[in-house]
Design a binder for this molecule. Structure first.
Ligand code: T5A
Length: 221
């Protein structure tokens, strides 16, 4: 299947380690943009389409781990391909602003930087899966791994396959996301996620406003 043509909406992704506040901030950013009359689609990875949600369960339960890191990476890619085709690209085609909680940078970092799959393999799979459909803006929420893990633990929920990894893995995640932010400054904004949720939300609004050059329209109200 060849990559579909790039659409006219806006594609924003949130990335970062465990408990960085991506879901919290995605919701806040979505509400901010909706209040300004924009058509907003909130979605997430792994998942975001019926087929990809099935793969999410397989991946986060650890069910795919016995197949090895390359196979897991390909399952994340298969889920992403379906998510793009079913949810993201149709929304962008009608002019919506798509806010996605995790995307291809998570594969680069979890399966690549901190995982066991060589980055050239990850990037080859990304080219096939994502093609030209990269995010317009990626907000990388940065905070010490220990702080994020403490936030996750305080929710008292069962941990998934990746939350169970040791602190060395989570420190590598942080370094990997920072490396992406350094390498692609035109697409990525590193956001200090260690403060109160209101402060982080304000930093994100400023980054989005500046990136899309919509200051007057977005800041006025
Ligand atoms: N994965 C995913 C891969 O390995 N490869 C891939 O390609 C992809 C796409 C997804 C897992 O899959 C892996 C990465 C992940 O391990 P998930 O269940 O979707 O799993 O988990 P996460 O994306 O990690 O989401 P989390 O819910 O764990 O973290 P968030 O979304 O970053 O954090 P959030 O907003 O839920 O907040 C966590 C807690 O902190 C509080 C919240 O109220 C909440 O209780 N909080 C704050 N507390 C203090 N100050 C703030 N500023 C706070 N902001 C939020």
């Amino acid at each position: 299947m060849s990559a579909p043509a790039r659409a006219r909406g806006r594609f924003i992704t949130l990335e970062g380690g465990e408990g960085a506040g991506k879901s919290t901030q995605a919701r806040r950013l979505g509400a901010f943009l909706e209040q300004r009359g924009l058509d907003v689609v909130m979605t997430r990875e792994p998942g975001g389409s019926p087929g990809a949600e099935i793969l999410r369960h397989v991946l986060l339960s650890g069910g795919a781990a016995p197949f090895g890191p390359e196979a897991e990476t390909m399952l994340f890619a298969a889920a992403r391909r379906d998510h793009l085709a079913v949810t993201i690209l149709p929304a962008l085609a009608r002019g919506a602003w798509v806010i996605c909680d995790r995307f291809a940078d998570s594969t680069r970092v979890y399966q690549g930087h901190a995982g066991k799959v060589p980055l050239d393999v990850i990037m080859a799979i990304e080219r096939v899966t994502v093609g030209e459909n990269r995010p317009d803006l990626t907000l990388i929420l940065d905070l010490p791994a220990k702080v994020g893990l403490a936030r996750v633990a305080s929710r008292g929920e069962t941990t998934d396959r990746f939350e169970k990894e040791g602190i060395a893995f989570h420190n590598k995640l942080r370094a990997g996301f920072k490396a992406i932010a350094r390498a692609e400054p035109e697409r990525c904004r590193l956001i200090d996620a260690g403060g109160e949720a209101d402060v982080v939300a304000e930093a994100i609004r400023e980054a989005v406003t500046a990136h899309f050059g919509l200051g007057a329209r977005l800041v006025a109200s």
